[in-house]
Write a protein that binds this ligand. Sequence first.
Ligand code: SAM
Length: 264
Amino acid sequence: MDPATHDGRDRAEAGAPAGDEALIDQVRRFWDADAETYDHSATHWPQSPAEEAAWTALLRAALPDPPARVLDVGAGTGFLTLPAASLGHETLALDLSPAMLGVLVRKARAAQLGVATRVAVADAPPPGPFDAVMCRHLLWTLPDPVAALTAWRAAAPHGQLLVVEGAWGGGEPGQAWRQQARRALRWVQRRRPAHHGTYDPAVWEALPLGDGTDPSVLVEAVRRAGWRDVALSRLHDVEWARLRPRPAPERWLGPVPQFAVRAR
Ligand SMILES: C[S@@+](CC[C@H](N)C(=O)[O-])C[C@H]1O[C@@H](n2cnc3c(N)ncnc32)[C@H](O)[C@@H]1O
């Protein structure tokens, strides 16, 4: 594949229902504004060679042998796309935010990696066929996660699925107070927040997983979308590699559980 390319495709071309336009526009504006600082947060880009290697191990295990055609949905600045391309996969990074993809393209060029990009909404992927579809930290922000998972199934009829999420929501035992403590610690240490702002309350209300991605709910959504052999695993290696270089107060609070849902 050629070095990083950027082919535009907007929601109108993708044929999405007009009713969602305002919501999608708000979400796009949020991520466009977040793009230049997104990678500054410790959870938005691997912080050590060990963490990078832990993510690579996951991709090696979850994707077919390279070179495979891999679609990364909600690719952002390339958290999964770039390591997948490094493994020799033909990767297509899809995202509704041109600015997030712009950062991804810059990083791909710097690393001399061939990555194709497409501006589109998650439930309107190109027809494929893909050998694998993956996403990380995306489903919580979709108005209809099952519709997106169903569209990916159609785009990869014989392919594999990898969904990576973090159990940051209030429904995860022990996480609500830990999140508050992490926020307080960040404030005391004068570290910048993970994002430039937050979604409008009306946007949160339209997101069925906006309160957090419960693993059981996610497994059910993947099944309802027609995927088979659905398997859940906790990403202990990633959590360990991520937490061990952090300062003591953060280590005491423990990790935000990271997990993967895989299917065929
Ligand atoms: C939390 S970021 C995750 C980015 C990247 N996957 C990562 O792991 O760092 C969520 C990404 O999903 C994108 N996104 C949000 N809603 C989307 C939608 N409906 N369709 C496509 N992309 C979307 C955002 O633009 C953003 O880049």
